[in-house]
Design a protein around this ligand. Structure first.
Ligand SMILES: C[S@@+](CC[C@H](N)C(=O)[O-])C[C@H]1O[C@@H](n2cnc3c(N)ncnc32)[C@H](O)[C@@H]1O
Length: 243
C-alpha cells in the first residue's frame, strides 16, 4: 500500500454515499484511491489542471480549478470528509485554510491532513556527507514551481491543527500516523527520481553543491542499476474530526 492508499484508508474503507474532497489533488492518485471505497462524489480541487483523463471522465469526480488561498468553493457542511496530501506547505496561510476546511465539513466529518517531512529524505549514495548537505539544502529551500515550501511540515501537522482550533475551528485529533514507503527504482519519472530532481533544483544557487549534484545523481543511478538503491521519506498524517 502506497501513501495515497494509506491516506484514503484513514478516511475510511466504506465511503458509500459520501461526499469527499481531495484538496490540491495534482494528477489525482489520492482521488483514485478514494474512489475504491465507493463515495458518491469526490471533489478534486487544484489550482492547476493536471487530473488524469480517466478521473476527469469518471462521473463521481467533480474537478474544480481553485486557488486554496482564496478559500474553498464549497458550501458550509457539504463534505463528509476531505484529504490534503503534500499541499499545505505551499499555502500562504495554512491555519486559515484549515479553518476553511472545518467550515465545509459536516459535524463529525473528517479531515485527513498528510505531509511528507522532507528533512527525513533518505537516499542510498556512496557519499553520505554530500547527501546530507543536499538534503539539508532541500529541506531549507523552496524548490520546484512553488515559491513556498517547508521541509519540516510533516512533524508540524499536530501544531497546525492546534493553531486552527485556536483560530475558531474546533477539532478532535483522533489519530496520528507515520510511515515511510520504500522506493528501490530510480528510473526517470520514479518517485525517488522526482524528489532527487527537486533536491538538485534546491542546490542550484549554491555553486559548490551544484557542481557536485550532477555526479550525485549519476551515483544514485548506478546504485539503482546494481540493485543497491533505496529512497524513503517519512510521511505524517493527522486525522481531525470536526466538532
Ligand atoms: C506536491 S503536489 C501534491 C499533489 C497531490 N496531493 C499528491 O499527493 O499527489 C502539490 C499540489 O498542490 C497544488 N497547489 C499548491 N498550491 C495551491 C493553491 N494555492 N491552491 C490550489 N492548489 C495548490 C499544486 O498545484 C499541486 O498539484
Amino acid at each position: 500500500m502506497g501513501r495515497h492508499e494509506r491516506v484514503a484508508a484513514l478516511v475510511g474503507d466504506d465511503l458509500a454515499g459520501q461526499a469527499v474532497a481531495d484538496l490540491g489533488c495534482g494528477p489525482g492518485r489520492t482521488v483514485r484511491a478514494l474512489l475504491a471505497a465507493g463515495p458518491a462524489r469526490v471533489h478534486a480541487l487544484d489550482r492547476a489542471s493536471g487530473l488524469d483523463d480517466d478521473l476527469l471522465a469518471d462521473r463521481r469526480v467533480r474537478s474544480r480549478l481553485a486557488d486554496l488561498d482564496d478559500g474553498l468553493p464549497l458550501d458550509d457542511g457539504v463534505l463528509d470528509a476531505a484529504v490534503s496530501l503534500n499541499v499545505v506547505e505551499h499555502l500562504a496561510a495554512p491555519v486559515d485554510h484549515l479553518v476553511d476546511c472545518h467550515r465545509v465539513l459536516r459535524p463529525g466529518g473528517r479531515l485527513v491532513l498528510a505531509h511528507s517531512d522532507w528533512d527525513t529524505a533518505l537516499f542510498t549514495s556512496t557519499d553520505d556527507a554530500l547527501t546530507r548537505a543536499l538534503v539539508d539544502r532541500f529541506a531549507a529551500a523552496a524548490a520546484g514551481p512553488s515559491t513556498r515550501s517547508d521541509g519540516f511540515m510533516g512533524r508540524k501537522l499536530p501544531a497546525l491543527a492546534d493553531a486552527s482550533a485556536a483560530a475558531g475551528a474546533p477539532w478532535e485529533l483522533t489519530a496520528v500516523d507515520v510511515w515511510a514507503d520504500p522506493h528501490r527504482r530510480f528510473d526517470d519519472g520514479s518517485v525517488a527520481w522526482k524528489v532527487a530532481t527537486a533536491v538538485l533544483a534546491a542546490a542550484a544557487d549554491d555553486p559548490s553543491l551544484a557542481a557536485r549534484a550532477a555526479g550525485w545523481l549519476e551515483d544514485l543511478r548506478a546504485l539503482a542499476r546494481a540493485g543497491q538503491f533505496l529512497f524513503a521519506v517519512t510521511d505524517v498524517a493527522v486525522v481531525l474530526e470536526r466538532r
